[in-house]
Design a protein around this ligand. Structure first.
Ligand SMILES: Cc1cc2nc3c(=O)[nH]c(=O)nc-3n(C[C@H](O)[C@H](O)[C@H](O)COP(=O)(O)OP(=O)(O)OC[C@H]3O[C@@H](n4cnc5c(N)ncnc54)[C@H](O)[C@@H]3O)c2cc1C
Length: 583
């Protein structure tokens, strides 16, 4: 087997890793600043990640522009976001988000995005969770994809090269810890690409596909978190993973809040209705349906719906490991009113919801944790390394108002793009030393291949990790479950390190992906083990109550040598920042 070597060298001012809303906005803003920009996307641009593929009845982006209610202003957006995450997020970042979002919406309009409008020409704005006034703007039910397409059309004017099917797997740094470049692999040819660049914007989205079932595309395996962590960037709030119900066959379709107003009937594999068995006497089934929003939360009666699904899929699973779902003819009118898009999507997949039963399970949707950004420009503690969108941490806490994630991509995409471009342009010459700076990234691969003459199958290992995360770190967590998945992570890590897998030039990047998935899974599990309380989407059966005395703080995971260190962090309050003059 031949040793792997670099096939292509690309020099650029700014390398944007990812192809979603945050990445495309970042690339556009950097290109507008006159920098040379390159995008690397793990699979196909405009077809991969959450922005390109997200679907729900309510998909929308938040901006306090006051079109539905003029009382909605950035100050209210700021307060609402802090209320959902106070003590877990950085007020300065939140203020940046709330105050700049109206301008980013205007940018999109100027670029030609045709948001849904009221008769008076103002934008339609909907209510979302945690919002005081209607704030979310939408486009024809597939808001995120329209945002991405609009940005991409602008970016094409700058002829920014987009390297599709290129997975960035390693960031190269210099003596002072500054970014010098990155290594990527072309997933179809297995050729290695060296990017020489002083700035990298990580906008690789989330890590939902470390779970057996997830929305989005399979390339969401947390590479951004793993690469940042390896360079010493702390990961924050990783235990807060948004999870909720979705149809899982024939493909995954998220069942958002409005769907539950049509009262779908859930049955187990024995044909028994399940919800009544799990709802306490003082709560009605009606209340559970009424309160259901997409992500699981301990803070509403809908808690019993998600946990009932998990209990049943563990005891009486349907064919593909879920529960069965049917719609009652009696709710036909509500279906038409509340979930027309979901009905249409399911129909396009061959499911007539009034005639066919279909399988529903819990799926991972979005990460509220991420790689800590230290400034409103999305800078991390590594010189030249930025993060934006779902990869970035510090703006989303246990909860986040609906529409904020897409908004983050626009605000911090724009800021990171500009900041990276101006930093790159301020530098005089590249200090990249190929002999020295490249070696570590290639050695890692060659070592994996050299050692990887075992017989175990890598794909099976990846699948077994996903199954274990799904079984033990989903909506019902406790020490025993978390210890079990930790054991799994340890054993897979050991097998990878000691060469028990069959690794060749062809699948070595799956081995790297597994390494990253193990790292990210460990960070989630350790954070979940550390947080000895229940809050929002993090439910510990052994610590079922919220503890506002001990636990209003973030769990932080950071690299200490070869060990994953776990500690906690308190964030500055609004008042402290005001005193400092940063807000
Ligand atoms: C079903 C669903 C509904 C949602 N509803 C809403 C909503 O209504 N409002 C809201 O605000 N948010 C919503 N969200 C969340 C929101 O869509 C995402 O948080 C957001 O789109 C993330 O954007 P991003 O640019 O950070 O990443 P993504 O759009 O996920 O893009 C990530 C990109 O990174 C690439 N990538 C990954 N790893 C690498 C690598 N190593 N090298 C190169 N490229 C890499 C991927 O291929 C992909 O192109 C929803 C999400 C889902 C899935």
């Amino acid at each position: 087997m031949s040793k792997l070597s670099v096939s292509q060298i690309i020099e650029t001012d700014v390398l944007v890793v990812g192809g979603g809303g945050a990445a495309t906005r970042a690339a556009l803003s950097a290109a507008q600043m006159g920098a040379s920009v390159r995008m690397a996307v793990k699979s196909k641009w405009l077809r991969s990640g959450s922005t390109a593929t997200a679907f729900s009845e309510l998909l929308a982006i938040a901006a306090a522009i006051g079109h539905e209610d003029e009382r909605d202003e950035p100050e209210v957006h700021y307060e609402d976001t802090l209320d959902a995450g106070r003590g877990f997020i950085d007020p300065e970042l939140v203020w940046t988000l709330a105050s700049e979002m109206p301008d980013r919406i205007q940018d999109l309009i100027n670029m030609g995005l045709n948001f849904d409008k009221q008769e008076n020409g103002k934008l339609v704005q909907g209510m979302s969770d945690f919002a005081t006034y209607p704030r979310t703007c939408r486009v024809n039910g597939v808001t995120a994809r329209h945002i991405l397409t609009t940005l991409s059309k602008q970016l094409k004017k700058y002829q920014t090269p987009v390297d599709e099917y290129t997975m960035i797997y390693k960031i190269l740094t210099g003596k002072e810890g500054e970014v010098l470049g990155a290594l990527g692999v072309h997933k179809q040819t297995n050729e290695i690409v060296l990017y020489k660049t002083p700035t990298i914007i990580l906008a690789c989205g989330g890590a939902h596909h470390i779970y057996k079932y997830a929305v989005g595309t399979p390339d969401m395996t947390g590479n951004g978190y793993a690469m940042a962590y390896e360079l010493g960037v702390p990961l924050v709030n990783m235990e807060f993973v948004q999870i909720g119900p979705a149809a899982i066959q024939p493909s995954i379709t998220l069942l958002s809040g409005p769907v539950w107003k049509a009262k779908p009937i859930l049955t187990n594999n024995k044909g028994k209705q399940i919800l009544e068995n799990y709802i306490p006497k003082n709560i009605s089934l009606e209340e559970v349906y009424r309160s259901k929003v997409f992500p699981f939360t301990i803070s509403s009666p809908a808690f019993y719906l998600d946990t009932a699904i998990q209990r049943e899929l563990e005891t009486n699973p349907s064919r593909n490991g879920g529960v069965w779902c049917t719609m009652s003819e009696e709710t036909k009118e509500i279906v038409e009113e509340k979930m027309p898009k979901t009905k249409g999507i399911l129909k396009s997949k061959g499911i007539n919801i009034f005639e066919d039963k279909f399988e529903v399970a819990l799926v991972a949707q979005c990460m509220n944790g991420g790689a800590l950004i230290e400034t409103p420009n999305g800078e991390t503690k590594v010189k030249g390394l930025y993060a934006a969108g779902e990869t970035a941490g510090g703006v989303r806490g246990p909860d986040r108002p609906g529409g904020n994630s897409l908004a983050e991509g626009q605000v911090f995409g724009n800021r990171t793009g500009k900041a990276a471009a101006s930093y790159a342009k301020s530098l005089t010459e590249s200090v990249f030393n190929e002999e020295q700076d490249l070696q570590e990234g290639l050695d890692e691969l060659n070592k994996l291949i050299k050692n990887g003459n075992g017989e175990k199958d890598l794909d099976n290992a990846i699948q077994s990790l996903k199954e274990s995360m799904y079984r033990n770190c989903l909506v019902m967590r406790n020490k025993e479950r978390l210890d079990e998945v930790l054991k799994k992570i340890d054993s897979l890590h050991y097998e990878l390190e000691t060469g028990e897998f069959n690794i060749t030039n062809e699948n070595v990047f799956d081995a790297i992906d597994l390494k990253h998935m193990l790292l990210v899974s460990r960070s989630i599990v350790l954070s979940a083990l550390t947080r000895k309380e229940s809050r929002s989407c993090h439910y510990r059966e052994d610590f079922p109550n919220k503890d506002n005395v001990k636990w209003v703080k973030s769990v932080v995971i950071s690299k200490q040598g070869e060990t994953m260190d776990v500690h906690t962090r308190k964030w500055p309050s609004h008042r402290e920042l005001e005193k400092k003059g940063t807000i």
